[in-house]
Design a protein. Structure first.
Length: 159
């Protein structure tokens, strides 16, 4: 199994197969525009801009499960990410990352890379690094800023 077997929804409702990202290194992140960690959008965008031409993509999955920090519609969220944070990397429709109704992609990510003490996502901006074949390589907690992941991304891009 790999992340390439999943389908996800764009904010406009379009169903996207993740296999369209085969051959790319991915950083999958649950985001929230009203979160105190939202300045990480800037670091995520910088990584995307610096490495997108080398086969790297950030995939943002907004989530409202943590203190209601993504309370707006998918359209409003996408607009806020573009206007407030300059985000150009792909954003998807809001998802649940924990619980029975968690998105299948997130159930898979958590199974492949468990967190400390449990597999549940603890907060916004948890990040999963995925190699070119769709294998989940590493999980980073919300406090790990994007800049700290850059070396791991570079290593996967040259493999």
């Amino acid at each position: 199994m790999s992340v390439h077997q999943f389908f996800v929804l764009r904010p406009n409702g379009e169903n996207i197969p993740l296999d369209c990202y085969k051959g790319n290194v991915l950083l999958i992140v649950n985001t929230a525009t009203k979160c105190g960690l939202a300045p990480q959008f800037n670091g995520l965008e910088k990584l995307y801009q610096d490495y997108k031409d080398n086969g790297f993509t950030v995939l943002g999955f907004p989530c409202n499960q943590f203190m209601g920090q993504e309370p707006v519609s998918n359209d409003e969220m996408e607009e806020a990410c573009k206007l407030d944070f300059g985000v150009t990397f792909p954003l998807f429709a809001k998802v649940r990352v924990n619980g029975r109704n968690a998105a299948p992609l997130y159930k898979y990510l958590k199974k492949e890379q468990k967190g400390i003490l449990s597999s549940e996502i603890k907060w916004n901006f948890t990040k999963f690094l995925v190699d070119k074949e769709g294998k989940v390589i590493c999980r980073y907690g919300p406090n790990v800023v994007p800049e700290k992941i850059e070396e791991d991304i570079r290593k996967l891009l040259v493999d």
